[in-house]
Design a protein around this ligand. Structure first.
Ligand code: SF4
Length: 280
């Protein structure tokens, strides 16, 4: 297939807050299977340039489509469906990243692959990382960790940083928050720890869901027990994605939720610090 052929008018470089749907809907089941099996092309919502919040330094971020979680607070529900993303060849994706490689190196940044959930397309992700790493670009994987067993130990050695999104520690809460069990996530976290791979934890404070300090304490203790967590990004819930839920016609449980107060954010940060972790 000719990647990007179906939607030539949609720019590849954009923002995760752009609403993008059905960009790969013409691909079909055989094409999807071919992409997932070969990793020679993938589905991407957009490339964002100049991000200072998705890993160290200044970064280009590839926002992939496809996610097996359905987080109640997700700000990019248009990325859940694989074929909402744009079909892009590996060659083209490498070109996009490599045109920025000198400035990425100068600004101590690199490529972050986020989503959606990047490991839905793990072969594409690994090939893209391998190609840009050859050009000296730092690689970071922003993942919910559920499909971590798709990565071999050798694969892990080719990813410079894993940014692991931990949603909740209490199993029932995690299930209600994401629709999935957190056991595979914890197994991946422990495996990364055993391999001494650098990890940043990402934790979203969702009022009424994850802001209970007892739950936060369990999260902090789990993160601290790993021994390989370089820092924790504490991210306050926001409403920038509400319009996407509305456009998709999906029920949004957090429609009227407010971002956490400064005091609550401070309390959460303090709990992570008390566990000996660096927080941002
Ligand atoms: S893991 Fe990320 S992309 Fe997937 S549903 Fe949760 S917040 Fe959204």
């Amino acid at each position: 297939m000719s990647a990007e052929a179906s939607n030539p008018e949609v720019p590849l470089v954009g923002s995760p807050y752009e609403y993008r749907v059905a960009l790969g809907e013409k691909v079909g089941d055989i094409g999807i299977r071919s992409a997932l099996d070969s990793g020679d092309w993938g589905f991407i919502h957009s490339f964002q340039t100049g991000s200072a919040v998705d890993g160290p330094g200044m970064r280009i971020v590839a926002w992939t489509s496809g996610c097996q979680f359905q987080c109640v607070y997700c700000h990019n529900p248009d990325t859940w469906k694989l074929t909402n993303g744009m079909p892009v060849t590996l060659t083209r994706a490498v070109e996009v990243v490599n045109q920025y490689r000198h400035s990425l190196r100068t600004m101590k940044g690199g490529l972050t692959i986020s989503g959606g959930e990047p490991l839905m397309q793990h072969r594409f992700v690994l090939k893209l990382f391998a190609a840009v790493r050859k050009a000296g670009v730092h690689t970071a994987l922003d993942t919910n960790g559920y499909l971590g067993d798709r990565l071999s130990d050798e694969d892990l050695g080719h990813i410079d940083l894993v940014m692991l999104g931990l949603k909740a520690i209490t199993p029932d809460l995690h299930q209600r928050l994401t629709g999935k069990d957190n056991q595979p996530v914890h197994e991946f976290a422990r495996r990364l720890a055993a391999k001494r791979r650098p990890v940043w934890i990402r934790f979203v404070i969702v009022p009424g869901w994850t802001d209970d300090l007892n739950e936060v304490g369990k999260m902090a203790d789990f993160a601290a027990s790993l021994g390989n967590v370089e820092r924790v990004d504490v991210l306050p819930f926001h409403q920038l994605g509400r319009f996407k839920w509305e456009k998709l016609g999906m029920e949004y449980q957090l429609r009227d939720a407010q971002p956490p107060s400064k005091e609550k954010v401070e309390e959460v940060l303090a709990r992570f610090r008390a566990a000996g972790l660096k927080v941002v």
